[in-house]
Ligand binder design. Structure first.
Ligand SMILES: [Zn+2]
Length: 293
């Protein structure tokens, strides 16, 4: 079929034995159903088939897609914007705690809020963002110049102290190629921060096909702690820390309840419970910090 990309093999290990994990609806925009498959060889989970790269744009066109806009409509978006202000300063402190230098590359910068906070903290910033509207927003509101994603290939090797991808890796089409490029650009003693949802979290298990962080078909991959560590170890990267994103359990539970027609009280309860159960399941979303071996 046209505008469809189907994997015949696992995008991580290339094994061809794939099994069904779950059928999930695109709750946010099209209501189309997509399948999440599991590679029986390495355990990696991914959406298959997916819209081809030239067709995915249509799946991002929504006011609800808050990471690409700054709408203040609705309780969930208001809460999201409030939490963003808090998490921004936490992210900057985190980078200061780990980084050996000032140069930071952020991939998938969205509307540029994070890079703006970095700039105000004295970091030397560069950001890549595929969406034209988001780039214009960053320029108009923060005077931050974001560049198209393809510019990654032109960045000098061994030039960045820090690279960040906040909820971005699950969206990239050329997973291994892009990881290779990121590692090329990162200095030998540089630090890589990757934040992604955790499909092993308690909220994922509770909400199943309603779990908002499956977010098909926008999320091409569905990570858990062991599969992401394994993926990066193939690139000689070692995970030095895994940190929680505790607000995500509440935010994702609220969206999941919305899709389910459930209650906001239950969302808060499940969000709280998810954080309580992190010992066995991990958190709803996690930040993985990688260094070169
Ligand atoms: Zn595999």
């Amino acid at each position: 079929m046209e505008h469809i990309k189907k994997y015949d093999a696992c995008p991580v290990c290339e094994a061809t034995q794939l099994e069904l994990h779950l059928d999930v609806k695109d709750w946010m925009i099209t209501k189309e159903v997509f399948t999440i498959q599991k590679c029986t060889s390495c355990g990696f989970h991914f959406t298959n088939p997916i819209p081809s790269e030239d067709a995915i744009g249509a799946y991002y066109k929504s006011e609800d897609y808050v990471s690409h806009s700054s709408t203040n409509k609705g309780l969930v978006n208001k809460l999201y914007n409030f939490v963003r202000t808090i998490t921004l300063s936490k992210k900057v402190s985190l980078i200061r705690a780990y980084a050996k230098g000032n140069s930071i590359l952020d991939i998938g910068s969205g509307t540029g809020h994070f890079l703006n906070a970095c700039k105000q903290n004295g970091l030397d910033v560069q950001g890549l963002e595929p969406d034209n509207d988001a780039r214009a927003f960053a320029k108009d509101n923060f005077d931050v110049d974001l560049e198209p994603l393809d510019n990654l290939l032109a960045i000098e090797s061994d030039s960045k102290d820090v690279i960040t991808m906040w909820h971005v890796l699950e969206h990239v089409y050329h997973l291994k190629r892009d990881i290779g490029q990121i590692i090329r650009v990162l200095k030998q003693d540089g630090v890589l921060f990757i934040a992604v949802p955790n499909m092993n979290s308690y909220d994922a298990k509770v909400y199943k096909e309603y779990w908002a962080a499956y977010d098909v078909p926008r999320h091409l991959y569905h990570f858990q702690e062991d599969t992401i560590k394994q993926l990066f170890s193939e690139f000689n990267m070692v995970c030095i820390d895994v940190l929680p994103m505790k607000f995500d359990a509440y935010y994702v539970s609220m969206l999941s309840e919305k899709y389910k027609g459930g209650s906001i009280l239950r969302a808060f309860f499940n969000g709280w419970l998810s954080n309580m159960k992190s010992e066995s399941n991990g958190y709803s979303s996690q930040i993985y910090i990688f260094k070169k071996k």
